[in-house]
Design a protein around this ligand. Structure first.
Ligand code: MSP
Length: 587
């Protein structure tokens, strides 16, 4: 459409003079709308205890959160992603003592190990918090004072069971009898199996019992607050039980390694209250924090559900702050059917694994095999089989076929021919080909739904099924057998390759949050530029819709080798020192 500005009436001129103001107004409206549209996103991992080196389960929490962060960025959100280390408490104090180090040096050493693991595995956090940082202490002290000033903390005394390993208070019903390794009778937590001790001390109590009905209202009014559903049910169940007030401090003479209670140096703040506030610290609390805090989402393991879905929301309600939007809960990794444990010596070192199977390989395995609803079992063999089948053979094989010089001598994104693959049948495409197009067209929405609910394995299952269908499409039409000198055959051959490359572009784009390096390699090989890799740029097979395709005729990117190298038993034998109980324990 063309406009002519030659003959402008008086009314029009008046209208034109208003334009800058209208434009400003529209901009202002748009920016407030953007704020309200919640185009900001804040995702967190639990902060990791520094009493031992990172293991596979820790990497799993981090990879899930990293995937959600990358996915939101691709969708055009401003996203902030926090991880870090939980450094206070009795457990850490004892571990530092046992290592003969002063607590801060000890914490710094282990915290660095986590940081190293995360950068090796492309965990793209935007903030790494340590609870020993000054900014965090300030946030905790402020948070405490708010609760105190509202009369929600009172001086009392606690008598009951305590598990140092879990840093958790337990009711008599949550405890059972057991024997320790020397045959001595002890009490253990029913849930974690960790030893508990009877403690009786004067300390500060939080009026947790007062929040029961508000917590129930929150969960009933937000059926997706805790995901998956079974964990929401588990929290509702917890709230049916007795909800006693919570001890939120320890006597200083027992616990020195922590933040002192403001105004009472004889008491140290309970490590879970201290730790949970980390999420606020990163958001900017006690200063400006609203932009991030109102869009907070937490990823946690099932063992710390009570702390996040009962204590934390109660603290937040008490402090008058909004509650997290979602608490994503994942299950645990076992090893050959057994719980991972230092004493059994079966702890899987995630750094070692990512050296054996590549970083993307481990990320793919964890997210493809990890089912949030139930525990999953780890074996090297499973990793190898899965990666060979899905990344090396299926996805890598498809790319290799469609970019091989024999089939694609010009090394371009060839042209699509609407006569060969018309929207109505009648060309050379067959019914199954149309089904494949339908599946790939709807794939982004399917993947989006599963990423949103942390069911990455379902998203990967769907992508993997589509990759198989595309391989089937190529196999069915054997484009390498077509005569390149025959113009009709050539057009059909180009169409087959064009469609396959379009499928690969969709898979590469959708897989970016899961396997960023491999996706980058794939998309670069297809000649897809960085700004063409967002969710909004997906537009599958626009030529089939009768629209232009920006890739058609474009040169492919450089060939930088196979997409994912097949793994053999030599990978495991070569890289992995045989694990002994001692080497698993040593840090
Ligand atoms: N420091 C607390 C969290 C405080 S958050 C305010 C903590 N730390 S942890 O290091 O013990 O655990 C961190 C995360 O690792 C938790 O989400 C936990 O569920 C996860 N995992 C620990 N063992 C695991 C497996 N075996 N498998 C999967 N994840 C597991 O708890």
């Amino acid at each position: 459409m063309k406009f002519s500005f030659l003959f402008v009436s008086r009314e029009h001129r008046q209208l034109l003079s208003l334009l800058p103001a209208l434009f400003k107004h529209a901009l202002r409206r748009r920016s407030t709308q953007l704020c309200r549209d919640d185009r900001s996103y804040y995702i967190t991992t639990p902060i990791f205890y520094v009493n031992a080196s990172p293991h596979l389960g820790h990497l799993y929490s981090a990879v899930i959160a990293d995937c959600l962060h990358r996915y939101k960025l691709l969708q055009g959100f401003k996203s902030q992603f926090a991880t870090g280390t939980d450094e206070h408490g009795l457990k850490i104090q004892q571990a530092a003592e046992a290592a003969g180090k002063d607590p801060l040096t000890f914490c710094t050493d282990v915290s660095e190990r986590f940081r190293h693991l995360f950068s090796s595995c492309n965990i793209s956090y935007t903030d790494y918090i340590r609870t020993t940082q000054q900014r965090h202490r300030q946030a905790v002290e402020h948070f405490w004072s708010v609760l105190w000033n509202k009369g929600l903390i009172y001086k009392g005394s606690y008598e009951g069971w305590y598990s140092t390993q879990d840093e958790s208070f337990l009711t008599p019903l949550q405890v059972s009898d057991a024997l320790d390794s020397s045959g001595k009778e002890i009490k253990v937590s029913l849930e974690s199996g960790h030893k508990v001790e009877w403690m009786k001390e004067e300390n500060y109590m939080f009026r947790l019992s007062a929040f029961r009905s508000q917590l129930l209202d929150w969960l009933r009014g937000n059926p997706h607050a805790v995901q998956p559903e079974r964990f929401q049910q588990a929290v509702l169940q917890l709230l049916q039980e007795d909800l006693p007030d919570l001890s939120v401090s320890r006597q200083r003479n027992r616990l020195q390694w922590g933040i002192p209670v403001p105004g009472d140096p004889e008491q140290t703040i309970y490590v879970w209250l201290d730790a949970l506030v980390n999420y606020l610290t990163v958001a900017g609390y006690p200063h400006e924090h609203d932009q991030w805090w109102r869009v907070a989402h937490h990823v946690i393991g099932k063992d710390i559900l009570k702390f996040h879905a009962v204590y934390w929301p109660a603290f937040l309600l008490g402090a008058g702050l909004p509650l997290p939007k979602t608490i994503y809960v994942h299950s645990h990794w076992t090893v050959e059917g057994k719980k991972m444990s230092k004493s059994v010596g079966n702890v899987v070192d995630p750094l070692e694994c990512s050296q054996m199977f590549t970083t993307d390989g481990m990320r793919y395995f964890l997210l493809r095999q990890g089912v949030p609803d139930s525990d999953c079992d780890y074996t090297d063999n499973k990793v190898m089989k899965l990666l060979n089948a899905e990344l090396a053979d299926s996805l890598g094989g498809l790319l290799n076929r469609c970019t091989a010089p024999a089939l694609n001598p010009a090394q371009v994104y060839p042209c699509f021919c609407p006569q060969s693959f018309p929207r109505e049948q009648g060309g050379r495409a067959v019914e199954e080909d149309y089904h494949m197009l339908e599946a790939v067209k709807s794939l982004p929405a399917v993947v989006e739904k599963h990423y949103e609910s942390m069911h990455m394995y379902k998203a990967l299952e769907a992508i993997s099924a589509c990759v198989r269908q595309t391989n089937g499409f190529v196999q069915r039409h054997t484009p390498w057998k077509l005569d390149q000198r025959d113009s009709k055959d050539k057009r059909w051959q180009d169409t087959i390759v064009h469609v396959s490359l379009e499928c690969l572009r969709i898979y590469g784009t959708l897989l970016q949050p899961i396997i960023p390096e491999t996706s980058n390699k794939l998309l670069s090989r297809l000649g897809v530029q960085p700004e063409e890799r967002s969710w909004a740029a997906l537009n599958f097979l626009s030529r089939y819709q009768g629209l232009d395709c920006p890739f058609e005729g474009r040169a492919l990117g450089v060939d930088s080798g196979v997409l994912f190298t097949r793994l053999g038993t030599q990978n495991v034998d070569k890289e992995k020192p045989k694990k002994t109980k001692k080497s698993a324990n040593s840090k």
